[in-house]
Design a protein around this ligand. Structure first.
Ligand code: CUA
Length: 320
């Protein structure tokens, strides 16, 4: 009989999540039995009018109190620790992830590979590789849900959220939007196609990717005039962007921030919000002038110029 209670376990995280779920259910069921079975028994034993020994009983009260306080406390803390470890593993992507980008909109998922391939409602990935998604929305809140990998993350307009998974078997898996986002929310579905690495390479080439994400970003960087100020040889002084990704950035107000995806995005859209120490508020806002996809391309480009040029001496490397 085919009666699956759970979706397939297509990753290690999925198996661990199911173990946790079963474990919590088992502990809960045990506690219910410990409390409920004696309760029912006593209801009948001491029912009004029934003959029973009702004299007060002398009990070692302190011992009982300590036992039923400490045992459940340890049990609960154990459950907390178990779940917390798994939670942090799900939240933090392991290093050397393959980084893809997702833009959600009413009502579709748009996916960009760094090699330049684009897909809609389909996500091709190689098996056994950590895949990290950086996601944002063009309109309302969506939620990216992969039941077979037991991962789900809200996709929110105006900010980046991330999600990672590592498929352990080739196949086709459901992709759902799990946040009500309008009339066709239920149709905002797709699939993840997990392929053998060689097949994935073939798929990438077959897709005629054209320019990579970073190359697209480089073109935008020129077309939008970013290079006019952000390169060393120009008159208007703007912070150099080579090697900036992932580094700490000193701000004019004395604070510090890190040049991550969110910082780069905010700096392109609302440059006046965070001025880099030593510079003036000279940059125009690109809010409503670049799409979410173009932003991702620009960020991919800025990330890509990290390794070629050493970072400016003004930017500390304290984080290393
Ligand atoms: Cu998008 Cu529901």
């Amino acid at each position: 009989m085919n009666f699956p209670l759970f979706p397939r376990e297509a990753s290690d995280v999925a198996a661990r999540t199911d173990w946790l779920y079963m474990g919590l259910t088992a502990i809960t069921a045990l506690m219910i039995m410990i409390i409920a079975i004696p309760s029912v028994y006593f209801i009948f034993k001491y029912r009004r009018g029934k003959i029973a020994d009702r004299r007060p009983v002398k009990l070692p009260l302190l011992k009982i109190e300590l036992t039923w306080t400490l045992l459940p406390l340890l049990l609960m803390l154990g459950m907390f620790a178990w779940a917390a470890v798994l939670y942090f593993d799900i939240e933090r992507a392991p290093p050397n992830a393959m980084e893809l980008f997702v833009v959600g909109r009413q009502w579709m998922w748009k996916i960009q590979h760094p090699e330049g391939n684009r897909e809609i409602n389909e996500l091709h990935v190689p098996v056994g590789r950590v895949v990290k998604l950086t996601m944002t929305s063009q309109d309302v809140i969506h939620s990216f849900y992969l039941p077979a990998f037991r991962v789900k993350q809200d996709v929110v307009p105006g900010r980046y959220t991330t999600l990672w998974f590592k498929a352990n078997a080739p196949g086709s898996y459901h992709l759902f939007c799990s946040e009500y986002c309008g009339t066709q929310h239920s149709g905002m579905v797709g699939r993840v196609i997990v392929m053998e690495p060689e097949q994935y390479q073939e798929w990438l080439v077959r897709g005629e990717p054209g320019q990579t994400l970073a190359q697209g970003g480089e073109r935008l960087y020129r077309d939008l005039g970013c290079s006019g100020c952000h390169s060393g040889s120009t008159v208007v002084r703007a912070p150099p962007l080579e090697g900036i990704f992932g580094k700490p950035v000193p701000l004019q107000d004395g604070g510090m921030t890190t040049a991550d995806e969110a910082y780069l995005r905010d700096s392109i859209l609302f440059p006046e919000n965070q001025i880099v120490a030593g510079y003036t508020n000279a940059m125009p806002s690109f809010n409503r002038r670049v799409s979410e996809e173009q932003l991702l391309q620009l960020i991919a480009y800025i990330k890509s110029i990290g390794s070629e040029t050493p970072p400016e001496p003004g930017i500390t490397e304290a984080s290393k």
